[in-house]
Each structure stands twice: as C-alpha cells, then as structure tokens.
Design a protein around this ligand. Sequence first.
Ligand code: SF4
Length: 294
Amino acid sequence: MPLKVSIDEHSGFCFGVINAIRTAENYLEKHRSLYCLGDIVHNSEEVKRLSGLGLKIITHEKFSMLKDTTVLIRAHGEPPEIYDIAKKNNIELIDATCPVVLRLQKRISDVYQKSRSGKQILIFGKKGHAEVVGLLGQTENNGIVIASTDDLQAVDFSKPSIIYSQTTQNLDQYYELVDVLRRLYEEAGKGASLEFEDTICRKVSSRARQIAEFAKKHDLVIFVTGEKSSNGLYLSSVCLQNNPRTFIISSVSQLGDVDFSGIETVGICGATSTPMWLMEQIAAKCSDFSENNG
Ligand code: SF4
C-alpha cells in the first residue's frame, strides 16, 4: 500500500516571520545585498535560500563595527542599545520586529520606567535567546530571566514582581511556573505579591493544540525544525507526547534516519520558523521512499 503523506495545514511561518522575510525579499529585489542582524529565522535551510538572494547575516559584534549602511532587524526584536549604536554609526535600520514582540517590549519598558527598583521584572524564557535579550534590554538588563524553577533563587520574595513570558514559550509550563511563584510568595509571608501577564503568542499556543490533534491522526510524524528554534523545541515535544513515533529533522538529508517500517500514514509538520517549501520537499521524498519500497 502506498504511503499516505500529509502536511499540517497550520504549520509554516507565522505572520511575524513572513513579514521579516518579505521585507528582506522586497529590499533585495531593488538592492544587491542587505545585512541582517542575527539569523533572520531559526531555520538554516531558509537562511541559505535568502543568502542566495543577497542577505548577509551578521553578528552583534560585526554590527557594532559597521557605519553608513542598512541593516534589517528580524522578528525577534533587539534591545535599545542596538538602536543607539545605529544612530551613532549612521546605520539605517529596517525594523521587522514582530508587532507582538514590539508590544511586549513596550509593556516591559513602561513598567520598568514607572517602577524602577521597586518591582522586579521576571521574564520566563530561554537565556540568551534573541527575543529574551531584546526584552531584558527594556529593563537595562535588571530583569531576571527564568528558564526553569532552578532560577527562582534569584527572586527576592520580599519585593513585588511582575512576570512576562517570551512569546514562544510553552503555555502549560508558564502557568505551572506562575503557580509555583505565587505559592513561594505566600510562604514568604512578607506582604509582597506577584503580578502576571500571559504574553505567549497565540500563534504558538493555538498551534500546540492543533499539532497535538495532527500527531494523533498519523502512524508516524516528521517534525521539521531548525535546532535553534524555541517553538520548534516546544511543538516537537507536543508531537512526541501525542505520538511517540515522532522524528525531528531539519533537512531532507536526514530522512534516512526515519524508520518508515510498518506504517501507512505520515504527518509532516513544523515550527513557526519552518518554511512550507521545505516541508513540501520532505513530503515528496517520503513518497519516493514509499515507491522505492513498494
Ligand atoms: S511566534 Fe508570534 S510573536 Fe513570534 S514572530 Fe511569530 S507571530 Fe510574532
């Protein structure tokens, strides 16, 4: 029986990533090259494609040495110091920060400016992740990044706190963390408390529910993601929970690691940073595989 391969209709780039890529493509249609600060998307295959069009990915170190040029800011956003450097070095910024991230940066900045040292600003996220660096920058790096409960020792429970989440974090883990923090505040009994804002992007949290259903419907799931993608890590874990026969790959060449034995249906899905063209290429190769084994 031929293998039945389907691609999850909800997978593929989110609007923040689509906007950043379109912005780069539009610019590159008229100019030969464009610098982009950091990987435009956490997917090396898409970065390779855009590099072929003239996009040049640069590090933050290289950025601070540039002058009189144009640089794209990707969907993850950047801290205020990047805008300061750009001003000083006559760098024109094409700002493709996702509007959802931009709103979150502004909320954090407003609260920080109003409360200064009075309130601790906690950010649930991955340390060093580009978006988290941008969020932390709104607090002059005085916020506390919490990747797991191991980081809670940095919180002073005699002071009030407000917690925000990196937009691509796991919703359930965030709510669990908030419960733990509330309990610790109560136990400390110092009269201080925790404010909480649910700032997880709905493009990610709704996708988790959809992907869970998708994973259950197939004998085998191929989850396509770059290794640096936070929501790829999260959504692939959702797939694994719902279908233990989930294989996580980043390119067509890794299809050889997938064990197709004894299955009839394959579901292909990916992160908000996984291009649809890559999932289509992988789907086509799965079909080849089934023909070769037919
Ligand atoms: S996941 Fe959400 S917040 Fe992040 S870039 Fe995409 S749309 Fe924007």
